[in-house]
Structure formats: structure tokens, C-alpha cells
Design a protein around this ligand. Sequence first.
Ligand code: NAD
Length: 258
Amino acid sequence: MAGRYADGNADGAGRRVALVTGAGSGIGLAIAHRLAGEGMDLVCVDVHEPDGLPGAFLHADLTTREGNRHAIDFAMERFGRLDVVVANAGVQHVSPIEDFDEDAWDRLLALMLTSPFLLARYGWPALREAGDARFVAMASVHGLVASPYKAAYVTAKHGVLGLIKTLALEGAAHGIRATAVCPGFVRTPLVEGQLADQARAHGVSVTDVLERVVLEPQAIKELIEPDDVAETVAFLVGRAGRAFTGAPVVLDNGWTAG
Ligand code: NAD
């Protein structure tokens, strides 16, 4: 399989193709740039397209079955193969359970649990065909531990770890490896956007929320950078990531050590 990872396939059938969801912002954007830098062909899927995104862009709402089906079909029509799926798109909703908006619950579960399932469901034949495929779900430290006021997010991320274990067992015979990346807090619009909600829910000021609430559970009181998460994903989908399957890969600044 020499040559499959960085600069194309050994059989000359073309470069490796990676589909990244939520590629329009934050961690997904960093992953798209990182994998393009590895020489992969990129399919970037999102509901919003920033300037300068590498590869081919598809506007799709991944809370729907059609959106996920379209993402896989688009990749195959465009490049004729699919080697890597990074199911990364996500949103947050912060609320005490008694006020938790039911539609927000449905939306979060659809995007962060059902979309990874549908991408695996529809993409499986192509991943099997690829011969050495990787399925990476962007989970979270909240796939391993809970925080108050994040019922849907914590539930979806815990569920994704179960999905990944199942995909690893089913994929083993077909060269498909599946992992769940579990970061602590990363400096992205998703985190910046929840500071006001967190301040309201915890009854503290926005300025206090970063240090006293957001970074409080981490041993190292620093936000993780999107490029660091992208580097982890590049490792997992590369040659050296071949022993990683069915497992969470945790980069949490010591959160779960406590
Ligand atoms: P972000 O808000 O910067 O990016 C999320 C992207 O998902 C956006 O571009 C958005 O348009 C897209 N998206 C939202 N709804 C969509 C939909 N219905 N269909 C298609 N795309 C949609 O967020 P981020 O921080 O980069 O988060 C990316 C992933 O990383 C999420 O799954 C998140 O849960 C996970 N994560 C983030 C952190 C963190 O601290 N930022 C920590 C752990 C895990």
C-alpha cells in the first residue's frame, strides 16, 4: 500500500478522498486544510461556505437523511472513491433540563448522532471498496463525562462512542477503521457562541465564564487550538493511525484525569 497516504494510491487509481462535515468553520475547517495539505482530495460539507475552502463544496443540511445521502453521492460522483469520512458537524444548546427545548434536542441528536450513522450507512460500500478506509467521528470529552445543562450534546457524544465501537467491529474484516476524537474545549465559534448562554445558566458574568466554568474542569487552563485537533485527525487517517480503531482518542488538557 505504499504511496496511498500522502500522494495517491499505489495502484495509480487516484488520490485518497476525504469527506469532512462541518468544514465551514472551526475544527472542520482546520481538518479540511490539514488533509488537503496531506495531498488528499476534499469534499467539504456544510450549511455555510467560507472563502478559501479546499476541494469541492456541498451545501447540505446534515440533520436530514437526504443531506447525508447527498453528501456521499456527491463525493462518489465527483471523485469516484471515498477513503476517509470525518463526521464533524456539530452545534451546542445550553439549558437546564426543565427548560430544554424539545426541538433543540431533536436537532442536536440528528446532527451529532444520526448524521454519523447515516454517513456510515450510506458510505459503507465505498469505504469497503477503498481497502484501507477511516471513519472518524468528532466526539468530545462530553462523550466520556457530562456537564450540567448540556443534555442533548452529552447524550449525542456518548452515543457516537457506541457507534464507533460497532463500526470498528463491522469494519475490521474490510479494512475500515473507526475512531472517536474527544477534545476538551477548543477555540472555535461554537465555544465563543456559548459563553453568553453559559453565563446565564450559571448566573455568572460572561468575563468570569471562561476561567471559572469553561476551563474549570481542565487541568491545563488553556483552550485547545483547532490545528491541534486537525493534526490528531491527520494522524488517525494516515499510515501511523492503523492500530487505532473502536477507541476514543482523547485530547482534553487533563480534563478526564481528575
Ligand atoms: P463550529 O461552530 O466552529 O463549526 C461547526 C460547523 O458545523 C459549522 O460550520 C456549521 O455551519 C456546521 N453545521 C451546523 N449545523 C449543520 C447542519 N445542519 N448541516 C451541516 N453543517 C452544519 O464548531 P466546532 O467547535 O468547530 O465544532 C466541530 C465539532 O467539534 C462538533 O461536533 C463539536 O461538537 C466538536 N467539539 C468541539 C469542541 C469545542 O470546544 N469547540 C470540543 C469538543 C468537540
